[in-house]
Design a protein around this ligand. Sequence first.
Ligand code: PEP
Length: 250
Amino acid sequence: MRRPVIAGNWKMHGSRAGNADLVAPIVEAVRGGLPCEVLVFPPYVFLPQVLEQAADSGLGVGAQNVSDRSSGAYTGEVSAAMLADVGASHVLVGHSERRALYGEDDATVAAKFAAALSAGLTPILCVGETRDERESGRTESVVARQLAAVIEAVGARDLGRGLLAYEPVWAIGTGLTATPEQAQAVHAFLREEIARRDATIGNSLRILYGGSVKADNAATLFACEDVDGGLVGGASLKPEEFLAICRAAA
Ligand code: PEP
């Protein structure tokens, strides 16, 4: 049984006042019991604030990015050890916005995944194809390549210390959602890719779906056999909707 995970990626949104209003109802709901593990990913500067609000509630707090370096003259970077030091438990690596807008290639993403593990963080590896790649029949080869880079760096067993998120780029922030059939097909493919290296990890790794998950499409996506929850962007900024998505993970 893979316990579902719902992860809210706030992207570059938030303010001290707004975060307090957003997190309070989530903390209350987590304390009351939800059918899934719940994680939020605020911008770096708000991590201490959100960690304080979430303290001892069961709500997990992670970062949206991490450096692939451990320390030194890397102006503007934040290391995995620093994130662990302030109390973050998780980190996103390889989000398509990082890959497309900030030039992160597969090797950098793999190095970030390894850095996160070294500091005791749980990385969430994001993979996904663009619209062009899907339309030219390359979805499987793209996600297999993105996944293989991390497996080559850390091994299949250590991949299992993280989580995987399938996020078709064409569905992120666009209102276009993969159909449950499309999501299930890619999740099953990814699970198979992992299982042929390590059957135990293939079966146990939690694979989240991301891409315009909303309260009204969450239940059908989460009902798919190989979909173990969601990575939620826009809808994670609305507490009512985010909690409706969490409840749909039952
Ligand atoms: C994301 O940011 O990872 C994401 C899936 O965004 P959205 O839910 O807004 O499509």
